[in-house]
Design a binder for this molecule. Structure first.
Ligand SMILES: Cc1cc2nc3c(=O)[nH]c(=O)nc-3n(C[C@H](O)[C@H](O)[C@H](O)COP(=O)(O)OP(=O)(O)OC[C@H]3O[C@@H](n4cnc5c(N)ncnc54)[C@H](O)[C@@H]3O)c2cc1C
Length: 390
């Protein structure tokens, strides 16, 4: 099925890697410390054609296949998952417009989003509603020619910079999706600083206080804002996070191999101590397994196989756990240096923990995976007999 990347994908990988090594990697720690990424970074990604990797070329996107998209997210995840996070939510907004908005809205927003002139964010979570997302409390009240929205959205990545928000709100009890430009009267944004990880993802809180939008800015079928629009965007988001965690794990492996080779204790490099080798071996094995799962997702997504949805959930669940464990072991291998500002592993550790919570917490993924297990295995289950009690 998949043995290796194609020559074109390998070429893309080396171009992407080279770009990230020059333009993202050297700044990732500084952006993390400042809790901000300059807007010019996203404009440059737009010029480079990697700001909207999944967008069709007719709208100015790159129309990347899912393997190449995975390669991009892995390489970016190795450098900065905060950049991945902003790319992801921008992509989630793009996904929703591409799939569910009217032609005039697509033609209006998508080419600007491809160039980085309009940056998007995804606003589902609220102060009192997280995992139980279909029960958001933000209200969209129908009025002549459109809607008036009232409510609050919290923990919104990219909120401090985004120009356009995909907001999920209740339209008379039916979850629906709305596009809200940043400059709409009644919308105000409060920055959230001091996060554990994803510090430069520019997270914020949205206050919607009588925000009026025209009827055409309600996208997707009324009542399908969660089940279709948000679900489709979240599927894309999980796919990006799965690959980003592969990249984050690779960064932990690279740092740990290098450190264990150069740091000496008891007159030997750390790599000569078996307990260190055990951590390295587990990290490397888990990394390969996580990449294989993500790669299988890429294949299924390119085939438009409906099984890709659960496989994406599984890949995000697994690779975020793998990244967390690898980052924790990377800190352990680096000792005090792993806790200080001179090495990036403390950032990896903080970021990896977040990956287990975003795009649906890992408990939500576990519930979906186990429930799907009953569906996938129903034939085998029917054939099985419960042994008679002795
Ligand atoms: C850095 C960061 C960026 C984010 N970016 C965005 C964004 O761009 N847009 C957006 O809309 N949201 C965003 N979020 C919010 C994120 O999606 C939520 O944090 C997540 O869905 C979990 O919701 P919650 O934090 O309210 O936890 P809760 O839902 O309150 O859950 C708390 C804990 O209980 C567990 N739990 C809940 N229900 C169950 C259950 N039925 N069974 C077992 N365990 C359960 C959860 O897994 C979790 O461990 C972001 C969050 C972070 C930290």
């Amino acid at each position: 099925m998949f043995v290796d990347y194609t020559p074109e994908q390998k070429d893309r990988q080396s171009v992407i890697r080279d770009y990230i090594d020059r333009n993202i990697n050297p700044h990732a720690d500084e952006w993390d410390a400042n809790e901000e990424i300059p807007r010019a970074v996203f404009s440059a990604l737009g010029s480079e054609g990697i700001l909207t990797p999944g967008l069709a070329t007719q709208f100015g996107g790159s129309g990347m296949d899912n393997v190449t998209l995975g390669i991009l997210m892995e390489e970016m995840g190795k450098a900065s998952v905060s950049v991945v996070s902003d790319l992801t939510v921008h992509g989630m907004c793009v996904e929703a417009i591409q799939r569910f908005a009217s032609d005039p809205l697509r033609n209006h927003y998508l080419p600007r989003m491809a160039k980085g002139e309009a940056l998007g964010a995804f606003a589902l979570t609220e102060p009192d509603i997280g995992s139980d997302a279909r029960n958001v409390k933000t209200q969209a009240t129908p009025v002549e020619g459109g809607y008036v929205l009232k409510g609050r959205k919290k923990w919104i990545s990219f909120a401090r910079m985004a120009d356009l928000f995909l907001v999920i709100a209740q339209d008379e009890g039916q979850p629906s999706a709305f596009l809200i430009p940043r400059d709409t009267p009644g919308l105000s944004i409060k920055p959230i600083r001091g996060m554990l990880g994803f510090r430069s993802a520019m997270i914020g809180e949205l206050h919607l206080d009588g925000v009026r939008v025209s009827a055409d800015h309600q996208i997707g079928p009324r009542g399908a804002g969660f089940s279709h629009v948000a679900a489709n965007s979240l599927d894309f988001g999980r796919y990006c996070v799965a690959w980003a965690c592969v990249g984050l794990t690779q960064a932990c492996v690279d740092s740990s191999l290098h450190y264990a080779q150069n740091r000496h204790q008891f007159d030997r490099p750390l790599r000569d101590h078996q307990l260190i080798l055990e951590m390295l071996a587990n990290m490397i094995t888990h990394l390969k397994a996580a990449r294989a799962l993500a790669w299988r997702c890429a294949y299924l997504r390119d085939q438009r196989d409906p099984a890709s949805i659960t496989e994406t959930t599984t890949a995000k669940y697994f690779s975020s756990i793998v990244a967390s464990k690898a980052a924790s072991d990377a800190v352990q291998i680096h000792g005090a240096n792993g806790c200080g500002p001179d090495y990036p592993v403390q950032r990896y550790f903080r970021d990896a923990r977040i990956a287990e919570i975003i795009e649906g917490s890992n408990q939500m993924q576990q519930i979906m995976i186990a429930k799907n297990g009953y569906i996938e295995n129903r034939k085998a289950l029917k054939r099985m007999r419960t042994p008679a009690a002795q």
